[in-house]
Design a protein around this ligand. Sequence first.
Ligand code: URA
Ligand code: SF4
Length: 208
Amino acid sequence: MVLFNQFCKINQEGLETIVMKKPSSLEMIQQSVKTCKKCDLCNTRNNAVPGIGDENADVVFIGEAPGKNEDIHGEPFIGTAGKRLDDALENAGLTRSSVYITNIVKCRPPNNRVPNDTEKLMCSNYLEEELQIINPKIICLLGNTSFYSILGGKEISKNHGQIVYKNNRVYFISFHPAATIYNQKLLDVFKNDIKKLVNELQKIKNKN
Ligand code: URA
Ligand code: SF4
C-alpha cells in the first residue's frame, strides 16, 4: 500500500537526501482499497467500498462497514441507511458531494456482523490516510462502532450531540443512520444532531 511516497534528491553539495512527499491522493487510496487483501473480509466481499466525496471537505462522516447494497455497488451509504443520512444532510443544508463519507472497514462483514478487532486494525491505515489528506474541520462518528473504534466511547444514546477534541482533531458524536430506520423519534434526533454539527462547524470557521 502506498502511504508516503519517498524520492531522492541531490542537494547543492551533491549529497543525496530522501524527501518525503505529501500523502498520496485519495484516488490512490481508493485503488489500494479496491484490491486490498489485508484481512479475511476480502474473501467474502463482492466489492471493496472506498470512501467518497470532496477532498477539501470540511466534514468527514465515518460509519461502520459497507452493507449489502454498498457491497454490490462499491459505494458507501447508498442503501436505506444512506437515504437517512442523505435526508439529514439535506435537512441541515449539506450535500453529499460537499462532504466526505467513509467507513471504519471498507469491506462488508458477512451478514452485516460488527467488524472484529483484526479487521478494524488492518483497515485503519486507510482511514488515517483519508483524514490526513482531507484534514477536515470536524469528523462525525456515526454509531457505536465508529465511536468506540476511534474514541473508545460507548453508549451513543448518552453521548450523541457531543463534541470531543482528540489529537488535534474535532469529533462530533451521533447515531448510526440505520438506527433511525424504524424509529421516527430517533430520526428527528439524528436530524437535529446533524444540524448541530453544522452549527459547530460554523463556529469553528468563524474562529479561523
Ligand atoms: N452502514 C455503514 O456503516 N456504512 C455504509 O456504508 C452503509 C451502511
Ligand atoms: Fe483490506 Fe479493509 Fe477490506 Fe480488510 S476490510 S480487505 S483491510 S480494505
